[in-house]
Design a protein around this ligand. Structure first.
Ligand code: IMP
Ligand code: MG
Length: 172
């Protein structure tokens, strides 16, 4: 197993996610909220975050995959909306593990517009601000991180390490 150095601890993640949950609770009072998790990386965040949100909401999932294999460069982005619930007229909050180039969230949001939601916003655990290739920025984020390849808390390298309870940087 490769050596992994901790960047953000389990405790730091837990308090940041709780804080994000309180913010969303305040901002979405009296809204018809749908949380849309982006598979696969968001699943750990989504399950923790939704339990910190005290306004009633629906949960849906969309899938984005850009094959990487044993590299850290993303390939072609594929989006699967087969599991998308009815979002017409609803407040959609897209949740993902990380906002890197921003292409995944931007492309999914563009496709979701066709279903006529009331509004689409995004929430991510991590934001690699220096890497952005789009104009949009995440509406909510927990941590800004440097341009390093990270794993854990849902983030993978070649399909593995999603189970780590902390965010770590892989030694190359
Ligand atoms: P974006 O489209 O460039 O914003 O990339 C978003 C997707 O790329 C995320 O949902 C992750 O699956 C993946 N990704 C980007 N950076 C990392 C990283 O440092 N570790 C693991 N996955 C990453
Ligand atoms: Mg992902």
């Amino acid at each position: 197993m490769a050596h992994i150095k901790s960047l953000i601890s389990e405790d730091e993640i837990a308090s940041a996610v709780a804080q994000l949950g309180r913010k969303i609770t305040d901002d979405y009072a009296d809204c018809e909220l749908t949380i849309l998790g982006i598979l696969t990386g968001s699943i750990v965040l989504v399950t923790d975050l939704m339990r910190q949100i005290e306004v009633s909401h629906q949960l849906g999932l969309v899938q984005a995959s850009s094959y990487r294999g044993k590299t850290t460069e993303a390939g072609e982005l594929r989006i699967n909306l087969d599991f998308l619930p009815e979002i017409r007229g609803r407040d959609v909050l897209l949740v993902d593990d990380i906002f890197d180039t921003g292409k995944t969230i931007t492309k999914i949001a563009a496709q979701l517009e066709l279903f006529e939601p009331k509004r689409i916003r995004s929430a991510v655990l991590l934001w690699k601000k220096s890497r952005s290739e789009v104009e949009a920025i995440p509406d909510y984020h927990c941590f800004e991180i440097p341009d390093e390849f990270v794993v854990g808390y849902g983030l993978d390298y070649n399909g593995e390490y999603r189970n780590l309870p902390y965010i770590g940087v892989m030694d190359k």
